[in-house]
Design a binder for this molecule. Structure first.
Ligand code: NAD
Length: 368
């Protein structure tokens, strides 16, 4: 009984709910971390091996991410124990039972995460009236289709470059992970005059110092092909993207791709983090000491969650893009300025910014 309070500190969690629906086999946990900034937004993860501890850590990460993004939302998360590839009718029953169990928890707004998708969010909305990451027909803004996160990354680049005196026209970009985030980041940066000199996917790196055609590469990936099928450029191993000389290096694939053993190889000036935790803490320190400007993940890749908050208010795609642009520019600027002023890494500055916002919001609540 006391164990659960070991998860708690001054910020939260405010509530931990265990849900059990015997007839459909529902076993789930919801952690509502801190709601001082507003109702919690956080994903619903379905996996066979999730834990309460993991759920609490992810909920806390959402508290910081939403506050760092400057959203009127706190952090929460839920986990449903189960195989996400179970038959669709079983999954619908479990997700609907989960939704019914949280229908009164008005300060938690579920979103998609590993093992759940926009259909699952539609079922939750149907049961409770609350969910984000919905299909377009029920008011959703399809963020991967419009490239919300890549759009936000490009905005963070536009601010970051001012701090290092880099011109976007002609700036050389390398993208690790040419997926939903990476391809749109390349597209929006291409529109600002940047040149894509390399891109990678899980099967290889494609490089061409004279510039790759971004539209052709997007069409290739959308046709289900690999970058190495492209008929121009040099074909290298996936890891070789780290060695490509460029100005802007965008990690948009997996966690921990830059580590103590390879970070010093990077030959770039700006690293806007598209993927979540793409650098280990040691790698981030190495880059900082080398004078490489890193825009931390929860500042640079917040386009998705900002889009979700506009969707929740019933806003349009145009409104979502405008809000992403405004928020990410303001947050990137504030973080990089604090980092310079306080002589700390941008990640430390971003953490302090988020914590300061949550503390300030807590002072305005009745029970602080
Ligand atoms: P995605 O699956 O659409 O794309 C990932 C790409 O990375 C694929 O092209 C894949 O081939 C490539 N890849 C995988 N392993 C690789 C490797 N070892 N080397 C090079 N490329 C590799 O995924 P996504 O939605 O673009 O997300 C990418 C990252 O961004 C993830 O870490 C995700 O958590 C994070 N993120 C995504 C969003 C979003 O809006 N989609 C928002 C915030 C953060």
């Amino acid at each position: 009984m006391e164990d659960i309070f070991q998860l708690a500190d001054n910020f939260g969690p405010s509530r931990v709910l265990y849900l059990h629906g015997r007839s459909v086999g529902l076993k789930a946990v919801v952690v509502i971390d801190n709601t001082s900034c507003g109702p919690a937004i956080g994903g619903v993860r379905m996996a066979p091996d999730v834990s309460v501890d993991e759920c609490a850590r992810l909920a806390r990460a959402m508290t910081w991410k939403n506050a760092a993004a400057g959203l009127p939302h706190g952090g929460g998360k839920s986990v449903i124990f189960g195989d996400p590839r179970m038959p669709a009718s079983d999954k619908e029953q479990i997700i609907r039972a989960f939704a019914r169990s949280i229908s009164d928890i008005a300060d938690y707004i579920p979103g998609p995460d590993m093992g759940t998708d926009e259909r699952c969010m539609a079922w939750i909305k149907d049961e409770t009236g609350r969910a984000v990451g919905l299909p377009r027909v029920v008011g959703g803004i399809p963020l991967d289709e419009i490239g919300a996160t890549g759009f936000g990354l490009a905005a963070s680049v536009d601010v970051g470059r001012e701090f290092i005196g880099l011109e976007l026209k002609g700036a050389r970009v390398a993208v690790q992970g040419f997926g939903a985030v990476g391809m749109h980041a390349a597209r929006f940066l291409g529109e600002k005059g940047c040149i894509l000199v390399a891109a990678s996917d899980s099967r290889g790196t494609l490089a061409d110092a004279s510039g790759l055609d971004i539209g052709n590469l997007i069409a290739l990936k959308r046709a289900g092909r690999a970058l190495r099928d492209y008929d121009r450029g040099s074909k290298l191993a996936p890891e070789s993207i780290v060695d490509v000389e460029c100005d802007i290096w965008i990690p948009a694939a997996r966690p921990d791709v830059l580590r103590a053993d390879n970070a010093a190889r990077l030959r770039a000036r700006l690293v806007p983090q598209g993927a979540n935790i793409p650098c280990t803490p040691e790698a981030e320190q190495i880059l900082h000491e080398k004078g490489v400007l890193v825009v931390p993940d929860f500042i640079a890749n917040a386009g998705g969650v900002i889009c979700a908050s506009i969707e929740y208010r019933g806003g349009t795609e145009r409104a979502a893009l405008d809000y992403i642009d405004e928020r990410i520019r303001a947050n990137t600027h504030e973080v990089l300025q604090r980092s310079r002023r306080d002589k700390v890494t941008p990640r430390a500055a971003a953490g302090a910014l988020a914590e300061g916002r949550v503390r300030a919001a807590m002072q305005m609540r009745r029970w602080h």
